[in-house]
Design a protein around this ligand. Structure first.
Ligand SMILES: Nc1ncnc2c1ncn2[C@@H]1O[C@H](COP(=O)(O)OP(=O)(O)OP(=O)(O)O)[C@@H](O)[C@H]1O
Length: 136
């Protein structure tokens, strides 16, 4: 799901990635930021899109795991029909004293960031929601 913070635009896309825990997961950004190993996928279109917008913040699986204290009960903020939602706090890279609050859903091994907000909101902060398979 792509969400502009001011609700200018909203549309949805879902991707699922099967991988192992040792790899880095990007959970709040597009697949396009991943290194491309498949030669067939190395089209100019993909490479152009892979250039990360300056206001894009990528959350890795490790960051989300740490932010939610390994998805512990203390971080549990709700139960959905198909999984548990956890809160977490991640330090901003640009402003180390700023915090980014995230709501992360873990549902039968599928992880996604439902929402994130910052104490210093960017004027056009694009939120890309991605669902990935994890082993926790
Ligand atoms: N961004 C958020 N901030 C705070 N709490 C949230 C947020 N998103 C979800 N929650 C909490 O988690 C609960 C479950 O949310 P979820 O989106 O999983 O609901 P659901 O629509 O029932 O899900 P499902 O698709 O699994 O049926 C919510 O009722 C709410 O209490």
């Amino acid at each position: 799901m792509f969400l502009l913070q001011n609700d200018e635009l909203e549309y949805e896309t879902k991707t699922q990635t099967k991988s192992t825990q040792s790899e880095t997961f990007y959970t709040a950004c597009s697949d396009l930021n991943r290194p491309v190993h498949n030669d067939h996928a190395k089209t100019s279109e993909v490479l152009n899109l892979a250039e990360k917008p300056s206001n894009m913040r990528v959350f890795t699986f490790d960051e989300l795991k740490e932010a939610t204290k390994k998805f512990c009960r203390d971080s549990d903020i709700g139960e959905g029909g198909f999984g548990t939602v956890y809160k977490g706090v991640i330090k901003s890279l640009e402003h180390p004293f700023d915090e980014i609050q995230v709501a992360v859903k873990l549902s039968n091994g599928l992880l996604s960031v439902l929402n994130c907000s910052s104490s210093r909101p960017l004027p056009r902060w694009m939120f890309v929601r991605e669902e990935i398979r994890v082993f926790v």
